[in-house]
Design a protein. Structure first.
Length: 73
């Protein structure tokens, strides 16, 4: 019996592959979260001021969009 009968009549993935994909995704998210929490203090020390670079990129992109729409008229 298929665990996902409403997905497709002829599914591209078998039930085992779907279970593996779900389990892999859950374990991957847990490991990534653990590693992020482990390195959080180190990132705060080494990447101080990166927020302002992000603001600069966003401002630059907004400037390009404003110029594009300003020159269309």
């Amino acid at each position: 019996m298929n665990a996902f009968p409403l997905v497709l009549k002829d599914p591209m993935f078998s039930t085992g592959q779907i279970y593996f994909g779900i389990a892999f995704f859950i374990v991957f998210c847990i490991i990534i979260s653990f590693m992020y929490l482990k390195d959080k203090a180190l990132h705060k020390k080494n990447y101080k001021g990166v927020f302002w670079i992000l603001i600069g990129f966003i401002a630059f992109i907004l400037l390009l969009v404003a110029i594009k729409f300003g020159l269309e008229k």
